[in-house]
Design a binder for this molecule. Structure first.
Ligand SMILES: [Zn+2]
Length: 112
């Protein structure tokens, strides 16, 4: 299957750790991962299982944490947003977001 993000890579089976708020919810989960950009695509079933595990661990609401590498587009730094996050937040082209820096954290919040 073609990668929904970069459109160039192919989704292949891979194992990934799902870490939320420093708690490893699932180790070595079999996910579909792009062989080119590293995008991880969770199935609806996996996403709801992770949600249940996060609720059980009392950390739901803090969000699913996925590791990403910072890329460079021309002279600027870029972070690709996973498709799952895009869907959760209802992101679309031109939607405004607010970026705050809190210590070592960068918080990106969608504006209403
Ligand atoms: Zn890709």
């Amino acid at each position: 299957m073609e990668c929904p993000k970069c459109k160039k890579g192919t989704l292949v089976k891979a194992r990934d750790d799902i870490v939320v708020e420093g708690v490893k919810l699932v180790a070595g989960l079999e996910v579909e991962k792009c062989d080119r950009c590293g995008e991880v695509v969770l199935t609806v079933e996996q996403a709801s299982k992770l949600r249940a595990a996060a609720e059980e661990a009392g950390i739901w609401g803090h969000g699913i944490r996925l590791k990403r590498k910072v890329s460079r587009i021309g002279k600027k730094w870029a972070l690709y947003i996973p498709v799952d996050v895009e869907r959760m937040l209802g992101l679309r082209h031109g939607r405004r977001v607010e970026i705050r820096v809190v210590g070592k954290r960068m918080v990106v919040e969608t504006e209403e």
